[in-house]
Design a protein around this ligand. Structure first.
Ligand SMILES: [Cu+2]
Length: 165
């Protein structure tokens, strides 16, 4: 009877871990922030980034709390860690510069829409891995991402994530 009980408990614990992380021994990165807020109107937001990579794919999850309800914000993986200036986080991380491939497939976009409670989350998966040292943050912008040129307006807040390290 005791054996059966502990077996059930172990089964529940395993469910809390992404199945893929067990199967592929994925590399996991986390960021909590924001590390830097660039627009004082967003000084109360909270961010979390989780990234799983391995076996030739990367999955990034962004969660933001404290946003104005119903509004959509562009967000992307950027090349450098956050700094005091909005531009310090560099440009969008690009897996490839091949312009025949749509931007959304060679960058990591994480646009989020806030619910009535100000919470927003999204997960993006891409079929490649980020080389260590080539991406350093997730930036939340003022506007939804323009799918043609990737622009998303002012940088509101930045969360440092040492992807792949
Ligand atoms: Cu961006």
């Amino acid at each position: 009877m005791n054996k059966l009980t502990s077996g059930v408990v172990a089964g529940v614990l395993v469910l809390g871990v992404p199945t893929a992380a067990i199967a592929a021994r994925m590399h996991v990165d986390h960021g909590r922030g924001p590390t830097v807020v660039h627009d004082a109107a967003y000084g109360a937001i909270q961010t979390q980034v989780h990234a799983w990579s391995g076996d030739g794919s990367t999955r990034v999850r962004l969660m933001v709390d404290g946003l104005p309800a119903g509004q959509t914000f562009g967000a992307h993986v950027h090349t450098l860690p956050c700094g005091s200036l909005p531009g310090d986080s560099g440009g969008h991380y690009q897996h490839s510069t091949d312009t025949s491939v749509p931007l959304a497939q060679r960058e990591i976009w994480l646009d989020v829409t806030a619910g009535a409670d100000g919470h927003a989350s999204t997960t993006t998966e891409v079929p490649w891995e980020i080389a260590p040292g080539t991406a350093g943050s997730v930036v939340v912008h003022a506007l939804p991402t323009n799918t043609t040129n990737g622009a998303a307006g002012a940088r509101l807040a930045c969360t440092t994530v040492t992807f792949g390290e």
